[in-house]
Write a protein that binds this ligand. Structure first.
Ligand SMILES: Cc1cc2nc3c(=O)[nH]c(=O)nc-3n(C[C@H](O)[C@H](O)[C@H](O)COP(=O)(O)OP(=O)(O)OC[C@H]3O[C@@H](n4cnc5c(N)ncnc54)[C@H](O)[C@@H]3O)c2cc1C
Ligand code: FES
Ligand code: FES
Length: 1370
C-alpha cells in the first residue's frame, strides 16, 4: 500500500515496510527494527529466535535508495540488532511482503512447502528472506541471462544463502534443495524428494514442474513514494529521536565536542549495532550518533599504495571491494592478499550480519573490548594501518600500535583502515625473484562461519628459492594470531625474527614451532588453552611445511629432485587454486531419498506437503507470541536464582537504570488463598513455581517481574539483584557422586523399573575375557526449539482464565494453573495452536511459564504475556539428563558378549519430572544387542540443578550409545573391527523375545537384520571401508573413519482423544489430543480423516483434504489430551480420528443409500445438508485406548556414517551418512523422511557439537547462540541418503504405520563411532612414530566430540612428534 506524504513535512522517521509507509514522530533510539515490526505492525513474520544475531529467524531485506545514482541497494539484515532509527528512508521487505495467502504466495514459499522444507516453521520466514536476499543480489550481477524459470543464483550461493540461519527441525537438506531449485546451474535430478514431481518420474524433473520464478518480475523492493521523499532529503529529527546522522566530518566533530562539553549525557557511536549481539548492554544511551552517512567513513579507495576502507563500510562491502578484479592478466601479490582476506571475512558471522556490521565496529570492539576478532588478525598480518581522530587530532598508526593502545575513548573515532599493497609493505623488501605468500586460518565449530574461532591466524611471507641450495629462503614474514584468549591479536615477533633470513628446513620449522607455542598462550580462564596453542603450531606448520619439504606429500614421495621451485608451485596450487569464490565446489552433494509409496489407503501414505507450510513460509502462521496483545497487557520476565541452595533475603533493582513501566514483582507470596506454589506436574510429583525461603537450584524462578513491554520486563529482570544468605546451610548437591554420598535419590516405582535378563554371574563365568568397571560420562543437551517459551494469559469472567501456551501438554498446564490459582479446572482454558519446536522442552518446562502468566493475570486482572529471551530460556530449561555409567562386560574371544552389568547414575536435578521413566528408556534402547545376561543398577539422583526433562529420545539416546561404547571397547580389546562385533551380537528372534518381552511382535516384524544387510549394500559399506584404509595409508594430516550402527526403539501408544465434526457446508473440523509441533501431526490427521470419510464414496470427492481443518487444542473442548511425545502421538491421534470418522460414516451411510435410490449422483455437500435436515448427529468424540497387544512395538533402523578428521585442528567433517529406517506403512513418507533427517541432525548436535555446561554453582553458562552451537548447513553430512523401508502390513498398528520422531536420533551415534575410528587411525600413526606409550587402542571419545576433544586424542603435539620423528629418521 503506497501512501503519498507531504514531503515538506520533514523531520521524522519515515520508512516503508512491504510497501506500506510508516512515519514516526518520537522513537526510543534503542528500539530495534524487530521490536517495532513485532509490536507495532501486522508483520509478525520476523521471529525472535535469539536476539543476538546468531539464528537468522529475524532476517529481513533492507533496501536503500541512492538518489544521486538513482540506484537501490538491497541486502539482508538481522532485524533484532538493526536499530529502527538507522533505517530512516529505507524500505523493509519481510516474507509477507514477498507474497501471502491473500495476494498469492511467492515461489519461494511454494517451493519451501513443496520440498518439505518447513516443519515447525519458526525458522522458515528467516530462511525465505535469506534466500530472497541472495536471489536479489544475484539478479543484479552482470551474469548471462538465465534460462526461463531460473535465476542468476549459483548452487554454491544458494547453499551459502542460509549458512547463518538455524533450523532445529529439518536437518537442512530439504531447505538446501528448496534454495538450490532456483539456481541457474542446478541439475534438477540432484534435487531431493518433493511434491512437484513424483518418484519414478524423476527423469521428468524439470523447471516447468516448479512454481514459477520469473527473475524479471521480482518484487519491487523500493516504493516510488519513498524514492521521492528520499530525493527531497528526508532528515531525521535528532531532538525527537535522540539520533544523529551527521553527513560530514565537521558535523561529527561538532557533535562530539558538544557532547564532550555536555557531561552526563550518555552518547554512543553506532554503525550496524551488531556489537550489541555480543555485549548486550542494558545501559541506556541518551543519544546515538550514526556514522554511516559520513563520506570519509563510508569510502573505499584503491590506489597503487593499497586499499583504504572507511570504518563504517560493512564487512560485505569490504569483501566485494577486496575481490574486485584487477584488469591485469596475472594475479598480483596484493590482489592475492586481498582475496584471501575477503575469503576469510566471508566466514565472519552470517550474511545478514556482515551486511550491516562494519569493519570499524569490529576493530573498535577488538581494540577496546577484547573481542575475538578475525578482522584484526588478518589485517594485522597484512601490515595494515588505521586512521583515527580524537577531537581535531588526526593520527595514522599501524594496526598493531592501535591494538596495543588503551581503549579508544568516547571522543575518538576510527576513520579508516588501510591495507597496503604488498609492494609497499615496509617490512617486506621484495627481491626481484622473490614470491609473496599469504594465507589465513581459523578453526571454529562451524566451518562456514556463525561461530567465533578458537584461534585465527594469518601469515604473510616473502620467500625466494635459495641460490645456494635446493630449498626456500624466508626473506621476511608477518605472523599474526588472535582470538585465542588474548586481549587482542598479536604478531609473533620472535618467530618472525627467527625465521627471517633462514633456509626453510624441518629443523628450522621445529624451532619456529617451539617459539610459536611460547607466543600463543591463552590468558587464564580461557577454555581449552592447550588446544588453542597446539593449533597455532598446526597452522604455522601447514603454512610452512610444504616450503620446507616437510608436507605429507613431500614426505611420501621423497624429496629427491624436489626443489624450491616445485615446492613453491605446489604451495601455490594447493593454497591459491581455489580463489574464485563463485566457482567453489558445493557444500552438499546430491543426496538420495528413497520411499516406497503405499497407494492402498489414499490419501494415507501420500507424501503430501505439511499442512500450513506455505503459511509458515509467508509468516502468516500464528504462534503464541504473534497473537496481538490485548489492551492493558502486561509483560513478564523471570528473575532466577544464581545460587543453588541459599536463603533469599530480598530482591532489589539497580534503580539507576531501571526503565519506566516496571509495574510489579510476583513471587510465591502472591499465590492466592487456596492455591498452591506449583509450576509443573507429572505422574511422579510436582515442582514448585517459585523458590520460597530457600532456593533449590541455580536457574530456579525466584520472582516474575511485570512491565509495560517485554523489553522493559527483560531489562528489569536483568537488573534485579537477589540478596542471598548462605549461612549455616549445607553445601548443595551438584553431582551424582555427591547425591549418592548423601543418599539424595528419587524413587523409581518398581512397576516401571526395567527387568534384568539372564544370570550375570553365569554369563561372566562363561566369558573368555572381561573388562571391568569402565566409566562413561554423558552430558546434557538443550532443546533449542527456535521459538522460546511463551504464553499469554487473559482473565475472563467469573474467575476464569484463558491461557495461550506453546506447550506439548495443554491438559497438564490446565491442571497446574487451576491448582496454583485454587480454582476448579473448568475455570482454566488452555489453548495451543502450534508450537515452534518442542523436542520435549515444551512439556514440563512450559507449564511454569504459562502458570506464572496466569498467576500475574489473576492478581492484576490484566492480560499478562511473556516471550522468554533465549538466555533465560537456556538457563531454566534443564535439558537432557547427564549421567555416569560404569560397566563390566564379559565376552568370548570371537566377540560374542556373554554378560553385561551397568551401574547408571542419572542426574535428575531437583524434581522427579519425567525422570523415573529414564531407566526403562535407557535399557530399552541398550537391549538392541544380545548381551547374554544383562543386569543393572540404575539410580535417579536428586541434585540442586534444574530438573532434567524428556528431550527427544530421552534415555534411549544414551542407552543406544552406551551399547555402542561397550561394543567398541570389546572390539578394540580383541583387535577386531567393531562392525563384526556388532554383527555377532545381533539378536536372533528368540533372544529378541527374551529381551523385549511384550514388544517384540512376531518373527516377521523383526526387520533389523535385513535392514543391516540392505544398508551394507546400498551404502557400499565394504568397498568404502577398503577405500578408507587406502586413504588413511596415504594421508598424514587427515584420517577417515566409517561406522555402521543399528537402533532398536521400543515405543508405546497412549490413550488419545479425537473429535470430528462436519459443518453445514460439508467442511470438516477436527480436534485431536496431539499438538502440532512441526512433526506433521495435523497433516497425518487430515489424511486419516480424508481417507476414512471418503469411504462414503460421494461423487467429486477428489479434494477431500481441502475440506478438513484441524484446529487448536482447547482443554475445555477436548479433554484428556495428555502429552504429545514419545513419537506415537501422530498415530494415536490418527486412530482417534479414524474412530470418530467411522461413526460418522456409519451415521451417514444409511442416508446415502436412501438418497441413492432417489438420485444418481450424490455429492458430499448434498449428503451433509440432508443429514443436517434430518438431524443426524454430525459431531463425534472418541477416545482411542490402545489394547495390550498393540500398545508396545519396536522400531528398527540402521545408519552408516563416514567422517574425515583434520589432525591439525580436530575438525570432523561428515562426508556421508546413509540411513535405512523401517517406517512400517508410512502414513506420510514426506513427513517421516523429514522426521528422520531432522532427528539425525539433532543427534549430530548431541554427539559432535552441543556443549551445555554449567558453572560451579550449577548455573548454565552456555546461554546463547554464541556459545551453544547446534548443527548448521555446513556441519551436516555432505551426502545424506535416507531410505524408508515399508515393512509389511500389520493389523495391530495404526494402518500398519510405525513411529519416526525419535528413533532416528539414536543413529547419529554412527557419526561419533566413525569419528572414533578416524581417531584410532590417527593414534595408530602416532604410535608408529613411537610417540604413544602402551596400547593406542584404549581410549574414549567424549560426547560431544568437539574439536578440542578430537584434537587432543589425535595428539596436541602431533606436529612436533611428526617433526621429531622425521628429524630423527634423517
Ligand atoms: C552473530 C555475530 C557473529 C559474529 N562473528 C564474528 C566472527 O566470527 N569474527 C569476527 O571478527 N567478528 C564477528 N562478529 C562481530 C562483527 O564483525 C561486529 O559485530 C561488527 O563488525 C561490528 O560492526 P557494527 O557496525 O555493527 O558496530 P556497532 O555495533 O555499531 O559498534 C560496535 C562498537 O564500536 C563502536 N564504534 C563503531 N564504529 C566506530 C568508529 N568508527 N569509531 C569509534 N567507535 C566506533 C561503537 O560505539 C560500539 O561500541 C560477529 C557479530 C555477530 C553479531
Ligand atoms: S533473532 Fe535475530 S538473529 Fe536470531
Ligand atoms: S522448521 Fe526450522 S526450526 Fe522448525
Amino acid at each position: 500500500m503506497e501512501e503519498e506524504s507531504e514531503t515538506g513535512k520533514k523531520g521524522h522517521l519515515v520508512f516503508a515496510v512491504n510497501g506500506q509507509r510508516f512515519e514516526l514522530f518520537t522513537v526510543d533510539p534503542s528500539m530495534t527494527l524487530l521490536e517495532f515490526l513485532r509490536t507495532q505492525t501486522p508483520f509478525k513474520s520476523v521471529k525472535l529466535g535469539c536476539g543476538e544475531g546468531g539464528c537468522g529467524a529475524c532476517t529481513v531485506l533492507l533496501s536503500k535508495y541512492d538518489p544521486l545514482l538513482d540506484q537501490v541497494e538491497d541486502f539482508t539484515a538481522s532485524s533484532c540488532l538493526t536499530l529502527l532509527c538507522s533505517i530512516n528512508g529505507c524500505s523493509i521487505t519481510t516474507t509477507e511482503g514477498l507474497g501471502n495467502s491473500k495476494v498469492g504466495f511467492h515461489s519461494i514459499h511454494k517451493r519451501f512447502s513443496g520440498f518439505h522444507a518447513s516443519q515447525c516453521g519458526f525458522c522458515t520466514p528467516g530462511m525465505c528472506m535469506s534466500l530472497f536476499g541472495a536471489l536479489v543480489s544475484a539478479e543484479k550481477t552482470d551474469r548471462p541471462e538465465p534460462s526461463p524459470g531460473y535465476s542468476k543464483l549459483t548452487v554454491t550461493e544458494a547453499e551459502k544463502a542460509i549458512a547463518g540461519n538455524l533450523c532445529r527441525c529439518t536437518g537442512y537438506r530439504p531447505i538446501a534443495d528448496a534454495c538450490k531449485s532456483f539456481a541457474s546451474d542446478v541439475d534438477m535430478e540432484d534435487l531431493g524428494f518433493n511434491s512437484f514431481w513424483k518418484k519414478g518420474e524423476r527423469q521428468e524433473a524439470n523447471i516447468s514442474g516448479l512454481p514459477l520464478y520469473n527473475h524479471n518480475h521480482e518484487i519491487c523492493t523500493f516504493p516510488a513514494f519513498l524514492k521521492r521523499e528520499v530525493k527531497a532529503s528526508m532528515l531525521i529529527d535528532s531532538k525527537r529521536c535522540s539520533w544523529h546522522q551527521p553527513s560530514s566530518f565537521l558535523e561529527l566533530q561538532s557533535l562530539l565536542k558538544c557532547y564532550d562539553a555536555n557531561n552526563g549525557v550518555r552518547m554512543k557511536l553506532v554503525v550496524g549495532n551488531t556489537g550489541m549481539g555480543y555485549y548486550k548492554e542494558v545501559e541506556h544511551y541518551d543519544r546515538y550518533i550514526d556514522l554511516s552517512y559520513i563520506p570519509e567513513l563510508s569510502m573505499i579507495r584503491r590506489d597503487h599504495t593499497g586499499i583504504e576502507i572507511g570504518a563504517a563500510v560493512t564487512i560485505s562491502k569490504a569483501i566485494e571491494a577486496l575481490r574486485e578484479e584487477n584488469k591485469d592478466e596475472f594475479i598480483s601479490a596484493s590482489e592475492l592478499v586481498f582475496k584471501k582476506i575477503a575469503d576469510h571475512m566471508e566466514k565472519i558471522a552470517a550474511k545478514f550480519i556482515r551486511n550491516i556490521g562494519s569493519i570499524g565496529g569490529n576493530l573498535v570492539m577488538a581494540q577496546g573490548k577484547h573481542f575475538p576478532s578475525d578482522i584484526a588478525t588478518i589485517l594485522l598480518a597484512a601490515g595494515s594501518f588505521v586512521h583515527i581522530i580524537t577531537g581535531s587530532i588526526h593520527e595514522k598508526l599501524t594496526l598493531e600500535e592501535f591494538l596495543e593502545r588503551p581503549p579508544l575513548d568516547s571522543k575518538s573515532v576510527l576513520i579508516s583502515v588501510r591495507i597496503p599493497n604488498c609492494e609497499s609493505i615496509e617490512a617486506v623488501y621484495l627481491e626481484t625473484d622473490s614470491e609473496l605468500l599469504f594465507e589465513t586460518y581459523r578453526a571454529a565449530p562451524r566451518p562456514l562461519g556463525n561461530a567465533l574461532p578458537y584461534l585465527n591466524a594469518a601469515f604473510l611471507a616473502e620467500v625466494s628459492c635459495s641460490k645456494s641450495s635446493s630449498g626456500i629462503m624466508m626473506n621476511s614474514c608477518q605472523l599474526a594470531f588472535g582470538a585465542f584468549g588474548t586481549k587482542h591479536a598479536i604478531r609473533a615477533r620472535k618467530v618472525e625474527e627467527f625465521l627471517t633470513g633462514k633456509l626453510l628446513t624441518n629443523v628450522v620449522l621445529y624451532e619456529a614451532i617451539k617459539l610459536v607455542k611460547a607466543a600463543v598462550v591463552p590468558e587464564d580462564g580461557t577454555s581449552n588453552p592447550a588446544y588453542r596453542s597446539s593449533m597455532a603450531v598446526g597452522f604455522l606448520f601447514d603454512f610452512l611445511s610444504q616450503l620446507a619439504g616437510g608436507s605429507s606429500y613431500g614426505w611420501l614421495k621423497g624429496i629427491k629432485g624436489y626443489n624450491g621451485i616445485s615446492m613453491l608451485e605446489d604451495f601455490k596450487s594447493e593454497k591459491y587454486g581455489n580463489l574464485d569464490h563463485v566457482k567453489y565446489t558445493t557444500m552438499l552433494s546430491s543426496s538420495k531419498q528413497e520411499i516406497q509409496l503405499n497407494k492402498k489407503n489414499c490419501p494415507i501414505g501420500e507424501p503430501i506437503t505439511k499442512s500450513g507450510s506455505t503459511l509458515q513460509a509467508s509468516g502468516e502462521a500464528v504462534y503464541v507470541d504473534d497473537i496481538p496483545s490485548p489492551g492493558n497487557c502486561l509483560y513478564g520476565a523471570f528473575i532466577y536464582s544464581t545460587k543453588p541452595f541459599a536463603r533469599v533475603k530480598g530482591i532489589e533493582f539497580n534503580s539507576k537504570s531501571l526503565p519506566d513501566g516496571v509495574t510489579a514483582l510476583i513471587s510465591f507470596k502472591d499465590i492466592p488463598k487456596g492455591g498452591q506454589n506449583i509450576g509443573s506436574v507429572f505422574s511422579f510429583g510436582p515442582e514448585q513455581l517459585f523458590a520460597e525461603e530457600l532456593t533449590q537450584y541455580a536457574g530456579e524462578p525466584v520472582a516474575f517481574v511485570l512491565a509495560d513491554t517485554q523489553k522493559h520486563a527483560d531489562i528489569a529482570a536483568k537488573l534485579a539483584v537477589v540478596d542471598y544468605d548462605l549461612e549455616n546451610l549445607e553445601p548443595p548437591i551438584l553431582t551424582v557422586e555427591e547425591a549418592i554420598e548423601r543418599s539424595s535419590l528419587f524413587e523409581i516405582p518398581p512397576m516401571i523399573y526395567p527387568k534384568q535378563v539372564g544370570d550375570f554371574s553365569k554369563g561372566m563365568a562363561d566369558a573368555d575375557h572381561k573388562i571391568l568397571s569402565t566409566e562413561i560420562k554423558l552430558g546434557s543437551q538443550y532443546f533449542f526449539y527456535m521459538e522460546n517459551q511463551t504464553a499469554l494469559a487473559v482473565p475472563d469472567e467469573d474467575n476464569c482464565m484463558v491461557v495461550h501456551s506453546s506447550i506439548q501438554c495443554p491438559e497438564y498446564a490446565q491442571v497446574v494453573i487451576a491448582k496454583c490459582l485454587g480454582v476448579p479446572e473448568h475455570n482454566v482454558r488452555v489453548l495451543t495452536r502450534r508450537v515452534g519446536g518442542g523436542f520435549g522442552g515444551k512439556a514440563m518446562k512450559s507449564m511454569p511459564v504459562a502458570t506464572a502468566c496466569a498467576l500475574a493475570a489473576h492478581k492484576y486482572q490484566r492480560p499478562v504475556r511473556i516471550y522468554m529471551n533465549r538466555k533465560t530460556d537456556m538457563i531454566m530449561a534443564g535439558g537432557r539428563h547427564p549421567m555416569k555409567i560404569t560397566y563390566s562386560v564379559g565376552f568370548k574371544s570371537d566377540g560374542k558378549i556373554t554378560a553385561l552389568h551397568l551401574d547408571i547414575l542419572i542426574n535428575a536435578g531437583i524434581s522427579p519430572d519425567m525422570s523415573p521413566l529414564m531407566p526403562e528408556a535407557i535399557v530399552g534402547a541398550l537391549k538392541k544387542y544380545d548381551w547374554g545376561a544383562l543386569s543393572f543398577d540404575i539410580k535417579l539422583c536428586k541434585t540442586n540443578l534444574s530438573s532434567k526433562s524428556a528431550m527427544r529420545g530421552p534415555g534411549d539416546l544414551q542407552g543406544s550409545y552406551i551399547a555402542e561404547a561397550v561394543i567398541e571397547q570389546v572390539a578394540s580389546f580383541l583387535s577386531m573391527d567393531a562392525d563384526s562385533v556388532r554383527a555377532i551380537n545381533f539378536h536372533t528372534y528368540n533372544s529378541l523375545k527374551l529381551f523385549y518381552d511384550g514388544s517384540a511382535g512376531d518373527p516377521l516384524e523383526y526387520t533389523l537384520t535385513s535392514i543391516w544387510d540392505k544398508l551394507a549394500t546400498s551404502a557400499s559399506f565394504s568397498q568404502r571401508t577398503e577405500m578408507i584404509k587406502e586413504f588413511n595409508r596415504y594421508n598424514i594430516w587427515k584420517k577417515r573413519g566409517i561406522s555402521r550402527i543399528p537402533c532398536v526403539y521400543d515405543v508405546s501408544m497412549r490413550p488419545t482423544p479425537g473429535k470430528v465434526s462436519i459443518l453445514n457446508d460439508g467442511s470438516i473440523v477436527v480436534e485431536v489430543g496431539g499438538i502440532e509441533l512441526g512433526q506433521g501431526l495435523w497433516t497425518k490427521v487430515k489424511q486419516m480423516t480424508a481417507f476414512t470419510l471418503s469411504s462414503i464414496n460421494c461423487d467429486g470427492d477428489a479434494d477431500f483434504l481441502d475440506k478438513i481443518r484441524v484446529i487448536q487444542a482447547d482443554t475445555l473442548s477436548l479433554i484428556q489430551g495428555g502429552i504429545t511425545g514419545g513419537s506415537t502421538t501422530s498415530e494415536s491421534s490418527c486412530e482417534a480420528v479414524r474412530l470418530c470418522c467411522e461413526v460418522l460414516v456409519e451415521r451417514l451411510m444409511p442416508l446415502k443409500e436412501r438418497l441413492q435410490t432417489q438420485t444418481d449422483s450424490i455429492r458430499w455437500e448434498m449428503l451433509v445438508q440432508k443429514a443436517y435436515l434430518e438431524a443426524v448427529n454430525l459431531s463425534v468424540n472418541s477416545f482411542f485406548i490402545p489394547n495390550f497387544a498393540s500398545k508396545h512395538y519396536l522400531n528398527y533402523g540402521a545408519a552408516v556414517s563416514e567422517v574425515e578428521v583434520d589432525l591439525l585442528t580436530g575438525q570432523t567433517t561428515i562426508l556421508r551418512s546413509d540411513i535405512l529406517y523401517d517406517c512400517g506403512q508410512s502414513l506420510n513418507p514426506a513427513v517421516d523422511l523429514g522426521q528422520i533427517e531432522g532427528a539425525f541432525v539433532q543427534g549430530i548436535g548431541f554427539f559432535m557439537l552441543e556443549e551445555y555446561t554449567t558453572n560451579s554453582d550449577g548455573l548454565v553458562d552456555t546461554e546463547g547462540t554464541w556459545t551453544y552451537k547446534i548443527p548448521t548447513i555446513d556441519t551436516i553430512p555432505k551426502q545424506f541418503n535416507v531410505a524408508l523401508l515399508n515393512s509389511r502390513l500389520n493389523p495391530k498398528r495404526v494402518l500398519s504405520s510405525k513411529a519416526s520422531g525419535e528413533p532416528p536420533l539414536l543413529l547419529a551415534a554412527s557419526v561419533h563411532c566413525a569419528t572414533k575410528a578416524a581417531i584410532r587411525e590417527a593414534r595408530k600413526q602416532l604410535h608408529s612414530w613411537g610417540c604413544l606409550d602402551g596400547s593406542n587402542s584404549t581410549f574414549q571419545v567424549g560426547v560431544p566430540a568437539t574439536m578440542p576433544i578430537v584434537k587432543e586424542l589425535c595428539g596436541l603435539d602431533v606436529v612436533e612428534r611428526y617433526l621429531q620423528c622425521k628429524l630423527g629418521s634423517n
